[in-house]
Design a protein around this ligand. Structure first.
Ligand code: ASP
Length: 329
């Protein structure tokens, strides 16, 4: 396997190195690592993975390689799709995705020690953790690639990559679109990562949330400094007719310390067939899932509802990333 390099070590990339060389042995901790060249590469490699799965269902590209999935927070899609991705590429998985409480973590083992142990068995670690920056800490200790599968309210880079791929596949472009994000923009890490990635494109951004769940100021200031056409509102009605992408998110109950505050905002938004009658014919509705009432089930049969196609894209993106960081890009 290839040598692990530290995060944002781009300065040491040989000039003109290929996307494959730039990703091999790398950690994937933040979307900040991805410029348009790398994004194009991940998209085209994901497309090849889709074709491979449709044709042959599995390959032996990563035969003999072992992935450890270490999840300190609940997950369905992210963990399952990483496991499916690794297995479809012929590798195997150590899944510590449920009941971390039954592992040595419950005995008080530190994250660095857990990581230094698990890297003895594996070639790559996928980590989800409740604290911002935990993936970076893990990467600093690990000599194998670490992939951030969500660090608290920080980032969720692989979700943002699959979100972007979904926009590209559904609408054929990203440039020129109006993307509206709705719901919990403060705690929603997928919103943070997607917002950062979209800064590399020529898009209009609309943010719909209650006051207490607005996009963090640092991100909003970044957008304004870059001169992005950005607006905030409280009401889906302000964006529904113009949005090309309606990215709906769950109110992140687990991040609230005051449950009365959560109760005030939890039912503010629900996308219904009635609301969808006002949307463009060629727009898409996306959601990182799980949904807990933000999109009515009767919207699912609308061809513009892309959230389950988005789920499938997640597996292809993760196949592309695993292959790339393991030097088989
Ligand atoms: N599954 C996504 C995440 O882990 C979105 C969510 O939980 O609401 O961030």
């Amino acid at each position: 396997m290839v040598e692990n390099r530290s995060l944002y070590d781009r300065a040491s990339d040989p000039v003109g190195s290929t996307p494959q060389a730039r990703l091999a042995g790398q950690d994937v901790l933040s979307v900040d690592q991805f410029d348009r060249e790398l994004l194009e590469y991940v998209f085209s490699r994901s497309h090849e993975m889709r074709q491979m799965v449709e044709r042959a269902s599995a390959s032996v590209l990563l035969r003999g390689a072992v992935l450890t999935c270490l999840f300190y927070e609940p997950s369905t899609r992210t963990s399952a799709s990483f496991i499916a991705a690794m297995e479809r590429l012929g590798g195997s998985v150590i899944p510590i995705t449920q009941g971390v409480q039954y592992s040595s973590v419950s005995k008080g083992e530190s994250l660095p020690d857990t990581i230094r142990t698990l890297e003895q068995y594996s070639d790559v670690i996928v980590l989800r953790h409740p604290e911002i920056g935990a993936a970076k800490v893990a990467a600093d200790y690990a000599s194998i690639p670490v992939i951030n599968a969500g660090d608290g309210t920080g980032e969720h880079p692989t979700q943002a990559l699959l979100d972007l791929l979904t926009i590209q596949e559904e609408l054929g472009t990203i440039d020129g679109l109006q993307v509206a994000m709705v719901g919990d923009l403060r705690f929603g890490r997928t919103v943070h990562s997607l917002t950062k990635l979209l800064q590399q494109y020529d898009v209009k951004l609309r943010y719909v949330s209650p006051d207490i769940l607005r996009l963090p100021l640092t991100l909003m200031n970044q957008l304004r400094d870059l001169g992005v056409d950005v607006r905030e509102s409280h009401d889906v009605a302000d964006v529904i007719e113009t949005a090309d992408v309606l990215y709906v998110t769950r109110i992140q109950k687990e991040r609230f310390t005051d449950m009365a505050q959560y109760d005030e905002v939890k039912d503010l938004y629900e996308i219904t067939p009635d609301i969808m009658t006002r949307a463009k014919q060629d727009m898409v509705v996306m959601h990182p899932l799980p949904r807990v009432g933000e999109i009515h089930y009767s919207v699912d049969s609308d061809p513009r509802a892309a959230y389950f196609r988005q789920v499938k894209n997640g597996m292809f993106v993760r196949m592309a990333l695993l292959a790339a960081v393991l030097g088989k890009g």
